[in-house]
Structure formats: structure tokens, C-alpha cells
Design a protein around this ligand. Structure first.
Ligand code: HEC
Length: 340
């Protein structure tokens, strides 16, 4: 297989499988045999750093193809949209970083992708920055009695207005032929949530059928291989309502191989968003627990301030963390031992 894009995607698949194998306990000998073979295949599939740099920017390609509307339409709220200004550094979307040694999207962390969180208030960039600053400098914490069985949402937290949107981007990291973790501009998925209303919520966390559970519209785009390889619209395809999945690259610690719940009982991809994002406004922005920790001394009015670009920060912190993971250390050892 010569095509660098296909090699990178195949490596991505096998790497996920490797990490799954490395995370388990049972059948140690069989596991090791599998890991050795996977590490060898992952190494052989690795592409050069120049080839990594030449991998497609799938988000830009999807925008260029103009398959999706560029903006949310409140009168047609089910219509999917892909915001063209997401990456514009002076645009209305603000990329959020906790600027800590933990990635901001810590629950999604796998080390095989970087995850970027964006927020946009209806008032544009200045309004979004002002709101984030207000939250970070507020004396209110996101949770009350945090860590105890009586943990509650803090309803005194400053709320954002209806029309606010959040996005979560997943972009592929590859291991190049020198064994180096390298970020790419290949967007694997885009999740969007739009708050068309803000209903006063309750203090109960993830209150699925609660008063605020229908305040949002949910969207997701994912790469689909045939489209990606044919360079159709960057390979990004809309997830349709009711669509189910084999969650082989699942996040949030959900392991499809080990799950005892049949796939068809887990419900559709979009139908599940509410299970984790049903609370009122800011209270359903899960990553706030990370990025709100940022010290008040930081001048968030100037975006990253002294910390610089949030995307670079998230990339570095993700890669550094992965380099410290036992699964990656094992992969490196087996990589070195593999016969050439
Ligand atoms: C199993 C729980 C769970 C499900 C299901 C889920 N998410 Fe999330 N989501 C999270 C967590 C946790 C975060 C915070 C980032 C992190 O820590 O990785 C998050 C972050 C996000 C963000 C960034 C803003 C924020 O809330 O921090 C968006 C946008 C998002 N999710 C959209 C979606 C969409 C759309 C769906 C359905 C297709 C979905 N999510 C399904 C748990 C979930």
C-alpha cells in the first residue's frame, strides 16, 4: 500500500487496537503476541514527516466543497451547518484551553488525536472572550460539593445567552517513520451543539429528561473512508438522526469490544448526545471543568495572553501526555525490537 493517506488511516486503526490490547489484563501471553504483530504493522505503515505534512486538511476541503450550509438557521434548526470561521484567529469562535498540563478535553483523551473545544456567543469574538473572562474571574465554582456523592451544579455560575454554540474537533495524530508523534490537519470528526434556548435548569447533573434537555440542537460530521480516499468533501459526512455505530474508536472509556449491551440497544449517535449534555446552558459544557480552572491572573481578554496559541498548547500537552502513557512506551519498545 503506497498511498500515504491510506497508510495513515490504516495505522490509526491498528494503533487504536494496540491501545485496546495494551489496556487489558486477561490472557497476557496472547495479548503480547498480538501487540508484537500490531507494533510491527504500525511501524511498517508509518509515513515520512513530509508525507504527514501533505495529508489533507479535511475541514478546509469540506468547506471548499460547499456541501453544507455555512451557518445555523434558527428557522430550520435541523439543517446541518459547518462554520467557515472556526479556525480564524480573529473570528467569532474562540478555542478554549486550560493551559495546564492536562488536555482540555481530558475525557476524550486517547493520545491518538488532538481534541479542540470552541465556543461562540451570538455577540461574536469580543462577547465570547468577555464571557469566558467573566467565568474565569468569577468566585463561583462550576460544581458544589465537588467529588462527593452530593455533587451539584452551581446555578449561580454566570450563564451565556441563547444562540451560543460550542464545537469539538477531533484531529488525527500519526506516528511518523521515525517513531515521532506528529499532529495533522486531518479532522476526523466535528461535533456541534447550538443552544436555541436557555431554560433555567436544576442542580442535578446530566438530568436527561430535565427542563433544559431540549434546549440544544446536536450535529456531528465524521470522516467516511470511501469519501476521504476519493477526496469528496474532505471525507466529512453528516451523521444522520437515528444512525448507529460500531464504536470501535470510542471515547469516554466506552469499550465496544467488552460491552455487554448489544449495539442496537445503545441508541443512535445523535440521540446519545443528550445523555451527557442535557443541563442548562453552561452547565452542559463539560469541558468547563478544565478550562475554568485557569488562574485569574491570566488576561483572557487577549485570548491566550502569555500562554500563546491554544491549538499549539493543546497539541503539545496531548503529545507529551501520550509519551508518558504505558501503552505508548510499550509500543516504542516493540517498535525498536521489530525485525527490519
Ligand atoms: C458519554 C458522554 C458524552 C456523550 C454521549 C457526548 N459527549 Fe460531548 N462531551 C463529553 C465530555 C466529557 C466533554 C468534555 C471534553 C472532554 O473532557 O473530553 C464533551 C465535549 C463536547 C463538546 C465541547 C463543549 C463541551 O461541552 O465541553 C461538544 C461540542 C460536544 N461534546 C458535542 C457532543 C455531541 C454533538 C454529541 C453527540 C453526537 C456528544 N457530545 C456526545 C461527553 C459526552
Amino acid at each position: 500500500m503506497q498511498n500515504p493517506l491510506k497508510r495513515a488511516i490504516f495505522q490509526r486503526d491498528l494503533w487504536a487496537l494496540f491501545d485496546w490490547a495494551a489496556a487489558g489484563q486477561s490472557l497476557p501471553q496472547q495479548r503480547r503476541e498480538l501487540e508484537v504483530r500490531l507494533a510491527d504493522a504500525i511501524r511498517r505503515l508509518a509515513i515520512t514527516s513530509e508525507q504527514v505534512r501533505a495529508l489533507p486538511d479535511t475541514y478546509a476541503a469540506a468547506l471548499a466543497a460547499q456541501q453544507f450550509a455555512p451557518a445555523y438557521d434558527p428557522l430550520n434548526s435541523r439543517r446541518p451547518f459547518l462554520p467557515p470561521e472556526l479556525f480564524r484567529s480573529d473570528g467569532p469562535w474562540v478555542c478554549l484551553s486550560a493551559y495546564s498540563d492536562e488536555p482540555t478535553a481530558i475525557v476524550h483523551f486517547s493520545g491518538r488525536s488532538r481534541f479542540l473545544v470552541f465556543m461562540r456567543l451570538p455577540g461574536g469574538r469580543d462577547a465570547t472572550l468577555a464571557y469566558i473572562h467573566k467565568l474565569r474571574s468569577s468566585s463561583e465554582t462550576p460544581l458544589l460539593n465537588s467529588g462527593s456523592p452530593s455533587t451539584r451544579l452551581n446555578l449561580a455560575l454566570p450563564q451565556f445567552p441563547a444562540g451560543t454554540m460550542v464545537a469539538l474537533l477531533r484531529q488525527m495524530i500519526v506516528i511518523d517513520n521515525q517513531g515521532k508523534l506528529t499532529p495533522t490537519a486531518l479532522t476526523e470528526s466535528v461535533q456541534l451543539r447550538v443552544y436555541h434556548a436557555i431554560t433555567p435548569g436544576t442542580e442535578y447533573m446530566n438530568y436527561i429528561n430535565g427542563p433544559s434537555s431540549h434546549d440544544q440542537d446536536f450535529f456531528e460530521f465524521r470522516i467516511r473512508r470511501p469519501d476521504l480516499f476519493a477526496r469528496r468533501s474532505g471525507g466529512l459526512v453528516l451523521v444522520q438522526p437515528g444512525e448507529t455505530e460500531f464504536a470501535t474508536f470510542s471515547t469516554h472509556g466506552i469499550d465496544a469490544f467488552e460491552s455487554t449491551t448489544p449495539l442496537d440497544q445503545r441508541g443512535g449517535v445523535l440521540e446519545r448526545c443528550r445523555a451527557c449534555h442535557s443541563d442548562s446552558g453552561i452547565h452542559s459544557v463539560q469541558s468547563r471543568l478544565q478550562w475554568m480552572k485557569l488562574s485569574r491572573s491570566l488576561s483572557t481578554q487577549t485570548d491566550g495572553g502569555k500562554y500563546g496559541d491554544p491549538i499549539t498548547w493543546e497539541t503539545d500537552v496531548t503529545i507529551t501526555r501520550k509519551q508518558q502513557q504505558p501503552d505508548f512506551n510499550l509500543l516504542q519498545d516493540l517498535w525498536k525490537q521489530a525485525p527490519r
